[in-house]
Design a protein around this ligand. Structure first.
Ligand code: ZN
Length: 200
């Protein structure tokens, strides 16, 4: 199967609110095939999430998956710091995201570098809510409800943003923008040190 290209920043579809999946689209071969294409594109990239507009499709559909082999590219302490844990393949139509309260002693936001398959070559610091709930339906129409924290919560916020025409660059700390080639020097640095080094 020839995979569609990932649409890059500058394409208008990445700046538009995507159309809701209609009830009569759920459970159709058309929607199943869209989701399997999205999964294939995400895995080939490789990435941990993808929204339909990123392959030029105007629908509120996201897929996410975090695998051990992707996490193994990072030091284990870094995965721990980010709350990065394996996340099974999940497809959600019409996701609705709600911020969840955090327990006492847990900061409500987490600040880490993230990138986007539609803004290739760069990463930047983005503060994301630590805990979110996402509800929606799967491609067959069955209800989905996810209560997540840490890295999966970040992925979901990033992907739901795509459905609303928002890119991480709209939320990033602009002075932290780094090319991937220079990212290694920054991504493991403790936040206080980063702030001092970057003047933020
Ligand atoms: Zn993205």
């Amino acid at each position: 199967m020839e995979l569609p290209a990932i649409v890059q920043a500058g394409h208008p579809i990445l700046r538009a609110a995507a159309a809701p999946v209609r009830n009569d689209q759920l459970g159709t071969s058309h929607l199943r095939s869209l989701v399997s294409t999205m999964v294939a594109v995400m895995r080939a990239a490789p990435g941990v999430g993808l929204a339909a507009p990123q392959i030029g499709v105007d629908l509120r559909v996201i897929v996410l998956e975090d695998r051990k082999d992707l996490m193994e590219r990072l030091p284990p302490e870094d995965c721990d710091a980010r709350g990065r844990v394996p996340f099974p393949l999940t497809a959600i139509c019409n996701p609705v995201l709600t911020v969840r309260p955090v327990g006492e002693g847990t900061p409500p936001h987490a600040m880490f570098f993230e990138g986007c398959l539609s803004v290739t070559g760069y990463m930047a610091l983005v503060a994301r809510h630590f805990a979110v709930e996402v509800t929606g339906v799967d491609p067959e129409g069955a209800p989905v409800r996810l209560d997540v924290t840490g890295w999966p919560a970040r992925i979901l916020q990033h992907e739901v943003d795509h459905l609303n025409g928002i890119l991480y660059v709209d939320r990033m700390i602009t002075r932290s923008l780094t090319s991937n080639a220079e990212a290694q020097r920054w991504i493991l640095m403790p936040e206080a040190e980063l702030r001092a080094a970057l003047g933020i």
